[in-house]
Design a protein around this ligand. Structure first.
Ligand code: SAH
Length: 365
């Protein structure tokens, strides 16, 4: 039996001092605490880590998205000074694959500066190692707000699921915020805020308002998607890929993953990845409210098929040994299969774009 994690002690101290904390505050400490946060202290990706992501599964993912970005840039009129931004770039794998694929259009590489938005010092180091031989400028930022304005293409794979989520619980007298508190047995437990959240009902999408007692509704602060919307409404497009639901709905998706298995999110804070599903309707509605156009969301399988994964897999296999070809098949399957094993249906792709851009690759109706 190991003792409490340093963050466990810190969270208890905060609760003892100021009372129960929101689920969002808890999640934000678990992931981003400057000393003990999950992302601040480690590289969580890959087989030896806690989870894996599409770009880590296959080079095809980043390559196809790189070609997507090239063709969006061309639709924008091939502007100079393009900011190619990635939010939460992990190990830098997607960007490395994207820029390699983009070599087919040298003018794109001449026009582009890469901007990486990353909070983790450990992962910034990884990204530097992965991208140090790129022959285009690469800059790092704490926040999207710090990226210089101009023509912009933004990529975000598994970024929004890592942003803190609030939960509200429906009770007979209205919605209350779900909290983390210290239970009778001295364990961290979920609780419910005493007061009703004022005027909350009016902010809810129609289908959620009639939820029965006990239902849980999740929402995120708008800051990140508002900034994405603002940037693209000025000139550009964003591609958001993540797991989540097409329509806002009730349900508790707050989850922890450790060593590729689900774990209790209230045990060992700071040692497990904590996420919640992305509400794509909320992202689209918020971005549209400030003048961006939303395309999708569509399932990841459909998006990858439309931007050419079958062709790319065939090309890779034609140059591969039998073993390597089997790996291409396995990766293709994992990225596009439905059901709980595959990422094809659970993951969705959404584009937010300048309204004048028209339809974009992968989102043709
Ligand atoms: N996109 C990568 C990594 C996904 S993991 C991939 O697909 O492999 C989530 C990434 O978001 C990590 O790089 C993490 O450090 C970063 N991240 C999490 N919260 C962040 C925040 N608030 N601001 C910037 N980056 C953040």
């Amino acid at each position: 039996m190991t003792g409490p994690t340093p963050l466990d002690t810190e969270i208890r101290r905060q609760i003892a001092r100021t009372g129960p904390m929101s689920v969002a505050r808890y999640m934000s400490l678990c992931l981003g605490h400057p000393e003990h946060g999950y992302y601040t202290t480690r590289d969580p990706l890959g087989r030896a880590g806690d989870f894996t992501t599409a770009p880590e599964i296959s080079q095809m993912f980043g390559e196809l998205i790189g070609l997507w970005a090239v063709s969006v840039w061309q639709q924008m009129g091939s502007p100079d000074g393009l900011r190619l931004v990635e939010l939460g770039p992990g190990r830098g794998t997607l960007m490395a694959d994207a820029m390699r694929a983009a070599k087919v259009v040298p003018a794109f590489r001449e026009a582009v500066t890469v901007h990486l938005v990353e909070i983790s010092e450990v992962l910034r180091q990884r990204q530097q190692d992965t991208l140090n031989h790129l022959d285009v400028p690469v800059l790092w930022h704490e926040r999207l707000q710090d990226v210089p304005h101009g023509p912009t293409i933004i990529l975000a794979n598994e970024f929004f699921d890592a942003l803190p989520v609030h939960q509200a619980v429906r009770q007979d007298d209205g919605w209350h915020e779900r909290m983390v508190e210290i239970g009778g047995d001295n364990k961290l437990v979920f609780g419910v805020g005493r007061e009703v959240i004022p005027h909350f009902e009016a902010t809810l999408p129609k289908q959620v308002r009639q939820a029965p007692s006990g239902a849980i509704y999740e929402w995120r602060t708008d800051t990140a998607v508002l900034e994405v919307g603002r940037r693209v409404a000025h000139g550009g497009a964003a591609l958001i890929v993540d797991y989540g639901h097409v329509e806002s709905a009730t349900g508790d998706t707050f989850q922890a993953v450790r060593s590729h298995a689900f774990a209790n999110p209230l045990i060992a804070p700071g040692q497990a990845d904590i996420t919640a599903h992305v509400d794509f309707q909320a992202l689209a509605t918020t971005a549209e409210s400030i003048g961006a156009k939303a395309l999708g969301p569509i399932e990841q399988a459909e998006f990858l098929r439309r931007i050419g994964i079958e062709h790319r897999a065939a090309v890779l296999k034609s140059q591969a040994t039998r073993e390597a070809a089997a790996e291409v098949d396995a990766a293709h399957e994992r990225l596009t299969a439905g059901g709980p094993k595959g990422m094809g249906q659970l993951f969705k792709a959404l584009t937010l774009a300048h309204p004048a851009l028209g339809t974009l690759p992968g989102f043709e109706s």
